[in-house]
Design a protein around this ligand. Structure first.
Ligand code: MEV
Length: 306
């Protein structure tokens, strides 16, 4: 029988990470890279994992998979995963994994595999990994569209507005160093916000306004304004204590290479990923690769995206 295939895209947050946790809008888009899940008929429903993973990683993945499988009616298939995404870099690898697995399970079970249904069930897997995320990661991965996301208070679901970009939206993604897990960065910020609520709440609100302004710029094809909004967002992320020397250095490097805007993306902290918005990212990527920087380009939206 033909195997079933499910894809989950990685994601970048263009504007609004962290403040999205507090109910403000975030602008996010899918990468052309992600996780592919393949299912073939088998005696029972199980996940086949490569031997390179640690015992803890295997247990977590198996547990998350079983939770999703049960909800999809546990079709009798063996599922294998293949990832093109670097792990723990803020590019949504766990959300992509959850989306790919859920999508393939729903397909194998002959159930509704619409983006909304995939997102709803992928969240069950994400919760095994992350507790209570804002939901922007797995929603962007399941929708595979550029979108403005606003969390429903206290939940990992939210309101989604899909954005049409009249111009291609091209980013350069550069990886710098290691970083601590997202939940630690989110918890440390939560502690600062609880201690000094007024100052932090003000900054979250300002970032939310930037995300809305950025969405408008995207729809108007005004990439120069979008770039400027990204730069200002980076300044506010630094103000919130979410940046670090290696991230800042890469931000300035990308701006020096002609980025319209550059900022950290995802949780930030000691390291992770930095994105630059470019009209033509290829020369900058070639230059950075020559210098040994791990980087790639992706088109997030617009004509001929994906
Ligand atoms: C992580 O990709 C994005 C954060 O805003 C966390 C979340 O939304 O749950 C840092």
């Amino acid at each position: 029988a033909a195997p079933w295939v499910g894809f989950g895209a990685g994601k970048v947050i263009l504007l609004g990470e962290h403040s999205v946790v507090y109910g403000h809008p975030a602008l996010a888009g899918p990468l052309s890279y992600g996780v592919t899940a393949r299912a073939v008929p088998s005696k029972r429903c199980h996940l086949s994992l490569p031997g390179t993973l640690s015992r803890a990683q295997r247990n977590l993945l198996t547990q998350a998979f079983q939770r999703a499988a049960a909800l999809c009616g546990s079709p009798a298939v063996k599922v294998t995963l293949e990832s093109e995404l670097p792990l723990s870099m803020g590019l949504g690898s766990s959300g992509a994994l959850a989306v790919a697995s859920t999508r393939v399970l729903l397909k194998a079970a002959g159930q509704d595999d619409s983006p909304e249904e995939v997102a709803r069930l992928a969240l069950e897997m994400e919760q095994e990994f992350h507790g209570t995320p804002s939901g922007v990661d797995h929603t962007t991965s399941a929708q595979q569209k550029l979108l403005l996301y606003k969390r429903h208070p206290g939940q990992s679901t939210g309101r989604v507005r899909i954005l049409k970009s009249p111009r291609p939206l091209k980013v350069l993604v550069a990886l710098v160093g290691d970083r601590s897990p997202t939940k630690h960065t989110v918890a440390a910020l939560r502690a600062r916000q609880a201690r000094w609520p007024d100052r932090y709440t003000r900054l979250f609100k300002q970032i939310g306004t930037l995300a809305s302004e950025g969405a408008k710029a995207v729809e108007q094809g005004d990439l120069e304004t979008l770039g400027d909004v990204m730069n200002v967002n980076q300044g506010l992320l630094a103000a919130l204590g979410l940046s670090s020397p290696p991230l800042e250095e890469m931000v300035y490097r990308l701006r020096g290479l002609g980025a319209l805007g550059a900022k950290l993306t995802g949780a930030g902290g000691d390291g992770g990923a930095v994105i630059g918005l470019f009209l033509e990212p290829e020369p900058a990527v070639a230059k950075l690769l020559e210098l040994g920087v791990r980087c790639f380009t992706s088109q997030l939206a617009g004509p001929r995206a994906l």
